[in-house]
Design a protein around this ligand. Structure first.
Ligand code: ADP
Ligand code: MG
Length: 249
């Protein structure tokens, strides 16, 4: 089954990975619509991070299909998947501490084909404008010339989101983006995500249920590599199975 359905940006079907016989992700299927913020929740070890690793090509699946805009990602390399329009942020921020906010964003600007002479100026202007736009989106417009080392933990997380946004992915995947953030930073991150799904879809792994309520279009509850429950925040919160294995603790 690999027919593209235009109602979905991403179709994950029968996704399975086996590590020495242990199925960390086990026949998982879910579908992400355009402009959707899908939140994946579930207990530690449920397979949440592994799902993102499989979609972005970092871990090779044992079987299944990941269809992104009609293309099968499971047969593509990590760099090809990025190029196809899938951006992935890992749990720990990985910005260049010695470089400024501006330089970090500039480094992440997609490299075009060779540029000659006068065209360079036009490209420079375009890049600068885009960097300023992104800096505003991630609340760092006043800190463009500061070294990343001086940013707070939350600001570094935003910068890393900016470094992905500047590549204009159609699907952005974030692993626990608000871990370690203050309450105020969490609120701003929710605002940021609500803004960026105007132009793309996002998959977020998160534990903070207040934050999940602020951002989720739909929630998938993962347990032992499988979907335990799926739907609106309200629906999964009231699902007895979810209360038993996750929210009740
Ligand atoms: P979560 O993000 O939901 O906490 P993970 O996806 O990190 O869970 O891990 C799911 C399970 O798969 C865990 O039991 C973990 O130990 C195991 N696992 C993850 N990656 C590997 C790997 N590369 N090799 C072996 N086991 C792994
Ligand atoms: Mg994880």
């Amino acid at each position: 089954m690999n027919v593209h359905n235009p109602n979905f940006l991403l179709m994950v079907e029968g996704l399975t990975v086996s590590f020495d016989g242990f199925k960390a992700v086990n026949d998982l299927s879910f579908y992400v619509e355009p402009n959707e913020c899908r939140v994946i929740i579930g207990p530690n070890g449920a397979g949440k991070t592994t799902v993102l690793d499989l979609i972005c090509g970092r871990t090779k699946a044992t079987s299944g299909s990941v269809n992104f805009k009609g293309r099968e990602l499971l047969s593509m390399r990590e760099d090809q998947i990025v190029h196809a329009g899938v951006g992935r942020k890992f749990q720990t921020p990985s910005v260049y501490e010695d470089l400024t906010v501006f330089e970090n964003l500039e480094l992440s600007y997609p490299k075009g084909h060779s540029v000659f002479g006068a065209l360079t100026f036009r490209r420079d202007d375009k890049v600068k404008t885009r960097i300023k736009e992104i800096a505003e989106t991630i609340f760092l417009e006043d800190l463009l010339n500061d070294k990343a080392a001086y940013l707070s933990h939350g600001q570094k997380q935003w910068l890393e989101i900016g470094m992905l946004l500047i590549q204009d992915p159609e699907l952005l995947m974030l692993d626990e983006p608000v871990a370690g953030m203050s309450v105020a930073e969490r609120k701003k991150t929710a605002e940021l995500l609500n803004r960026i799904i105007q132009d793309r879809s996002v998959i977020v792994i998160e534990h903070d249920m207040g934050f999940v309520a602020d951002i989720a279009t739909r929630v998938t509850v993962l347990h032992q590599g499988k979907t335990l429950s799926e739907g609106s925040m309200e629906r999964v919160q009231n699902d007895p199975k979810v209360i038993e294995v996750y929210l009740g603790h």
